[in-house]
Design a protein around this ligand. Structure first.
Ligand SMILES: Cc1ncc(COP(=O)(O)O)c(C=O)c1O
Length: 404
């Protein structure tokens, strides 16, 4: 839909928005009308270099041609039914994902937070069935982010953050341990513990990368104590960190893994994958959803994942991400440029992230601020070194303006 075809001006659209919408985001002052590849275009046709990629979603580029074609074809056949009949895109997608990432079974969801709800429920159900109802406790990491529905919110290790504020009491049965501290996770373990759950790279928490020792140590600890090793790969999955799934680079395998964002090419879809023995906890009626595994979302995901694999976008993310990090580290007031693949943060030596974000926007570069002194960049994985150079030049100017 284009603004010019509606008969409304941008000002009228904004007024309508203000009147009718419960706005949950601080909006940019433009309409996102079209998008292609690494660019977003506004109602005046101005191009923005998109380094937030729909919040780590548009990994194979916005409106990727193969994804668009798959959606077009699928909506002409069947848009929705339910999970009663078999559907072709769902089954083909299940096979592709399980075989690609070495997991046994999958259940589809509509978003990241739902995928995590399924992961938490599966872990608890498995614990109950295997050891009895007292095995429900889950250890997650401080500073983590797992989503905004109650289970995911309760798993999120940021009790003082706006995402939990005002919603207390959260669900019982979660303890937050220090990220990258095996000792802290060990200390949080009780006889009731059934699982640990964490992001291999904390994204919303400011981009903190798990160390190899921590990941392999935690896997071994889980094996020793019959705990489920559950990974939230909603942001890190499907090439983002330079591996198809981040755990593949760490050489560890989860018992359950959740995914969403990049897998759907922009269509709302998520999933939870598990080892067969753990997946057995879910049977008909134990969990479900009207839209889960919707044919259009699955057709889009099938095309998107093929694109990520065929174009070897994980390798590109590793290569370009390394280049980008080195360049970012040389910018003024950079305290640290950190990340893995193209999940990248730039931490400043002062609280200028909000100002830098706005100054970038004025120069047609889109980035997000995740802490007062941290901006995060999660561009499409087909971004080039040249586009990273362009982004760095803009950020440099934005920092200089912010520090004037
Ligand atoms: C690691 C992680 N888990 C869960 C979520 C929630 O996903 P969604 O917004 O699709 O519900 C996010 C979203 O940013 C995320 O980064």
């Amino acid at each position: 839909m284009r603004l010019k075809d509606t008969g409304y001006t941008f000002t009228q659209l904004k007024e309508m928005n203000k009147k009718y919408m419960i706005d949950m985001a601080e909006r940019y002052d433009f309409v996102a009308e079209t998008a292609r590849g690494v660019y977003l275009y506004d109602e005046q046709g101005r191009a923005y270099l998109d380094f937030y990629g729909g919040i780590a979603v548009n990994s194979a580029g916005s409106c990727n041609e193969k994804v668009v074609a798959a959606i077009r074809e699928q909506v002409g056949d069947i848009i929705h039914t339910s999970n009663y009949p078999y559907t072709i895109p769902q089954t083909l997608l299940a096979k592709l994902i399980c075989e690609t990432i070495g997991m046994d079974k999958i259940y589809f969801q509509n978003s990241g937070t739902e995928a995590n709800e399924a992961m938490i429920k599966m872990a608890r159900k498995y614990g109950t069935q295997t050891y009895g109802a007292e095995r429900y406790h889950i250890i997650t990491a401080k500073n983590s982010f797992h989503g905004r529905t109650y289970g995911s919110l309760s798993a999120t290790g940021q009790p003082d953050n706006a995402c939990q504020e005002g919603y207390k009491p959260v669900l019982p049965g979660f303890t937050y341990a220090d990220f990258n501290s095996l000792e802290s996770f060990k200390a949080a373990c009780t006889g009731d513990t059934i699982a640990v759950m964490l992001e291999p790279v904390q994204g919303e928490g400011g981009v903190h990368v798990a160390t190899r020792e921590f990941m392999s140590g935690l896997r071994a600890f889980c094996d020793e104590h019959n705990l489920l090793f559950c990974l939230d790969e909603i942001q890190t999955g499907w090439g983002r960190t330079g591996a198809v799934m981040a755990y593949m680079d760490y050489g560890v395998k989860p018992d359950i893994v959740s995914m969403a964002k990049a897998m759907g090419g922009g269509m709302p879809i998520g999933a939870v994958c598990a080892r067969s023995e753990v997946a057995k906890a879910f049977s008909a009626g134990a969990h479900g959803g009207t839209y889960s595994g919707n044919p259009v979302a699955c057709a889009a995901a099938l095309a998107q994942i093929h694109e990520i694999l065929d174009l070897e976008l994980a390798g590109q993310a590793a290569r370009v991400g390394k280049y980008f990090l080195q360049k970012l580290a040389t910018l003024p007031h950079a305290r640290e440029a950190r990340g893995k693949g193209l999940l990248i943060a730039l931490e400043f030596d002062r609280d200028i992230a909000g100002a830098v974000k706005h100054n970038c926007l004025d120069q047609f570069l889109l980035v997000t601020s995740v802490k007062p002194n941290v901006i995060r960049m999660v561009p499409p994985l087909l971004v080039t070194e040249k586009e990273c150079d362009a982004a760095c030049a803009i950020i440099r100017k934005a920092v200089e303006q912010a520090c004037k």
